[in-house]
Design a protein around this ligand. Structure first.
Ligand code: SAM
Length: 251
């Protein structure tokens, strides 16, 4: 089986298709990117409302049926290996196996609104706040770039073939970051390190990852950090608190 065929869960529930398009609040000024357009069941509905749809599909056999609409530009290929043309909205029932790379690729672009279908478990981690069990590096990384919320959950029966788990429609609205970070790469490294040991106090998680974080003098590094916060676990600290600590470690 070709790699992209694993992700072929087509949305067949007309009500869900209509609601997705409704959430996009489309008009003829919109240029909509659709990732994994399949045979066009969602594409056609978007094309009725938007000025233009850019439909990306890896499977050339499916893509044949995407040439039915005048305002649909079809791009055949792997979404992870191309530059996106200009778009202002993105509406997609995403290929779940590439949820993360495709989401972070999107978040590097400037756009107004995303309406995106994910696996429900993944969506819960995207929107989670600190002090909850789904709060993770994904929550922090996504929420750094955008406001995200789950609009509805979608049962397996809405698809053919049915995925193993239920899905969720997520609204994503990019906005400027709500806190400052001195070095994004270091912050992401720090988040990865402390969430790889999320049940440990931050003090121990940093200690165990000192080498990976490039910390030479761990005792003085720990002394610089707020004493009350390093006794907490990463999962109990807000993104802003974690960002402050990453900044202090860099100073
Ligand atoms: N849009 C259709 C729908 O809503 O029913 C199909 C969605 S299906 C979940 C995901 C689609 O993404 C499949 O058609 C699959 O061939 C395509 N796909 C998988 N990996 C891809 C990739 N890396 N680049 C572009 N398309 C991909």
């Amino acid at each position: 089986m070709k790699w992209y065929k694993r992700d072929q869960h087509f949305l067949i529930d007309k009500n869900v298709l209509n609601r997705i398009v409704g959430y996009g609040k489309l008009d003829k000024s919109d240029i909509v990117l659709e990732i994994g357009a399949g045979y066009g069941n969602l594409t056609g509905e978007i094309a009725k409302k938007a000025g233009k749809v850019i439909a990306i599909e890896a499977d050339p056999e499916l893509a044949v049926s995407l040439h039915r609409w005048e305002n649909v530009e079809v791009i055949i290929g792997d979404v992870l290996k191309m530059e996106f043309p200009f778009f202002n909205k993105v509406i997609s029932n995403l290929p779940y196996s590439i949820s993360s790379p495709v989401t972070f690729k999107l978040l590097q672009c400037k756009f107004d609104l995303g309406i995106l279908m994910y696996q429900y478990e993944y969506a819960k981690r995207m929107v989670a706040l600190h002090n909850s069990k789904d709060y993770s590096r994904l929550s922090i990384a996504v929420q750094y770039y955008a406001d995200v919320k789950i609009l509805e959950t979608v049962p397996r029966t809405a698809f053919s073939s049915q995925p193993k788990v239920r899905s969720a429609i997520v609204e994503m609205t990019p906005r400027p970051a709500q806190y400052e970070i001195r070095d994004e790469d270091f912050f992401m490294k720090f988040i990865n390190a402390v969430f790889s040991q999320r049940r440990k106090k931050l003090r121990n998680a940093i200690l165990n990852n000192a080498e990976l974080l490039g910390i030479k003098d761990i005792d003085s590094a720990l002394k610089k950090l707020p004493a009350d916060l390093i006794e907490k676990r990463a999962e109990n600290l807000s993104p802003q608190e974690l960002a402050n600590m990453a900044d202090i470690l860099l100073s």
